[in-house]
Design a protein around this ligand. Structure first.
Ligand SMILES: Cc1ncc(COP(=O)(O)O)c(C=O)c1O
Length: 470
């Protein structure tokens, strides 16, 4: 294991113990498990556990008794006071945070942090026509639940669509409709991860997925993504050595980099998944958002043994508000997910699914997509034109919604973000997309949300702030 891996691991142990303390499993002044116990239990080096304990000590969560071991600190006396006791629900996880969402909630004019499409480019008006049509066709629509796995008619249509456009063969029993890919990621994470399991995640990655996985208390091992894909030898080594539960990937117009894993690697990745029994979670949220050429076939289309689960969200380019995502997988994967979904919301609202279905099947939908691709490419070109003045580096993407930009190491990213927000510009700092929380010199800029004039003005401001920073 590299020092980076063990560096990340000690945080997992730290969080594990802290969670136990917060849940009251270990109370004030009670003895915590010994370093040797934890190292044996989790099959990790004693030094890793030692580091976690040192950090708990530093944070005032544990104290040490000479030759006796570590004990739980009494904590903040205010929290112990009777009027506070029991007034706060016990959080099941220490990581109740979603960094991305916190930045995105800030009210700014030059919004480059949200990977969303400008609502003016989406078919809002046309959709309202379909709403009426849908209520006429299904007068009892609001009076019934959707089946947990999703509306049958919608799943049939989506199966046909995926067969025609992405060479994906499946029956509607192998598809689940979720409330956005966000819910699919959450269901997968809760269904397939147990604390201290190992999972593989791209570096960098979609930060909300990362935050979700962290909540499960798993060990996250990074797989670097490059403009030409992954280092497959490293992927194989990680699968062989660590037996990860799954590899979460976004191989097409990847968020945040925009890179696409080439077709030559896709088949091999599926073979590796089969060989090492590691599920591949293929998140394909940007599949239709290409500029010149459609992307390579999804990894899922190479899968015959059931080691790939495929997430196709339709949020981005149709109607983020409808929150429709199709999850495709073999029955062994879909069945537990349907159970998890039944416990979560018992089905995505039927009205959303029917409105989506009727628009999705219409001729307008294809016209909308064709126009949208042009509009997105224009915005990407404008952003690149404005950034050219800064002398920063990035690889121009062939699709997706973001630029992944590398700044000189001398720029302090935290200070840049704080000042940018003060001047009404937001972006995503690279560190929150990095499983190792490094990548301090990179940032993600979304070019699809603000209009062309705001794009120019906002990037000018950002470049100016960066150049004026000490
Ligand atoms: C890679 C990736 N997956 C999933 C999502 C969330 O999709 P949804 O809006 O369908 O929940 C996003 C949103 O930015 C994303 O970038």
């Amino acid at each position: 294991m590299t020092s980076r891996d063990s560096g990340h691991l000690f945080r997992q142990v730290y969080e594990y113990i802290l969670t136990g303390i917060e849940r009251g499993e270990w109370k004030a002044h009670h003895k915590l498990p010994s370093i040797r116990q934890l190292a044996d239990q989790f099959q990790i080096h004693r030094l890793t556990v030692f580091r976690a304990y040192q950090m708990l000590k530093q944070d005032g969560k544990a104290y040490v008794k000479e030759k006796a071991g570590y004990y739980v600190s009494p904590g903040d006396p205010k929290e112990e006071a009777p009027e506070y006791a029991g007034s706060r629900p016990i959080a099941a996880s220490v990581l109740l945070k979603n960094d991305l969402s916190e930045i995105q909630r800030l009210p700014v004019v030059y919004q480059f942090s949200q990977a969303l499409i400008d609502p003016n480019l989406l078919p809002n008006l046309y959709l309202s026509e379909y709403v009426k049509k849908v209520f006429d066709t299904y007068p009892k629509l609001m009076g019934s639940y959707s089946p947990v796995e999703g509306d049958e008619e919608l799943r049939q249509v989506l199966c046909r669509y995926l067969a025609k456009h992405s060479r994906i063969q499946l029956t509607e029993g192998e598809m689940l409709i979720t409330t956005g890919a966000t819910q699919a990621i959450d269901l997968l994470s809760r269904t397939f991860i147990r604390p201290l399991d190992v999972i593989l995640v791209e570096r960098p990655t979609y930060s909300a997925a990362l935050d979700n996985f962290r909540q499960q208390g798993c060990r996250i091992l990074p797989v670097e993504i490059h403009p030409d894909g992954y280092d497959l030898e490293r992927v194989e080594m990680l699968m062989k050595q660590f037996k990860p539960r799954f590899f979460y990937m976004n191989p097409t117009f990847h968020n945040p980099t925009g890179y696409t894993v080439p077709s030559s690697q896709r088949k091999r990745l599926v073979e590796l998944a089969e060989e090492y029994r590691c599920l591949l979670i293929e998140d394909d949220a940007f599949h239709e958002m290409y500029f010149e050429e459609p992307p390579p076939q999804p990894l899922f289309s190479y899968d015959s043994e059931g080691w790939v689960v495929y997430l196709r969200s339709f949020s981005k380019y149709m109607a983020p508000g409808l929150r429709i995502c199709a999850v495709a997988g073999r029955r062994s994967v879909i069945e537990p997910l349907v159970t998890a979904k039944s416990l979560t919301d018992n089905g995505t609202p039927l009205v959303n699914q029917k409105i989506f279905l009727h628009y999705f099947e219409s001729a307008r939908m294809q016209q909308h997509l064709d126009k949208l691709r042009i509009a997105l490419q224009i915005r990407k070109d404008i952003m690149e034109e404005e950034l050219a003045a800064a002398g920063w580096n990035w690889v121009s993407p062939k699709g997706g919604l973001n630029l992944w930009v590398h700044l000189p190491k001398t720029i302090d990213m935290k200070a840049l973000l704080a000042e940018s927000i003060r001047q009404s510009v937001s972006f995503v700092p690279g560190a929150i997309c990095d499983p190792l929380m490094e990548m301090q010199s990179s940032l993600r800029l979304c070019y699809s949300f603000v209009n062309e004039g705001q794009l120019r003005e906002g990037i000018k401001r950002l470049v100016n702030i960066a150049h004026l920073s000490p």
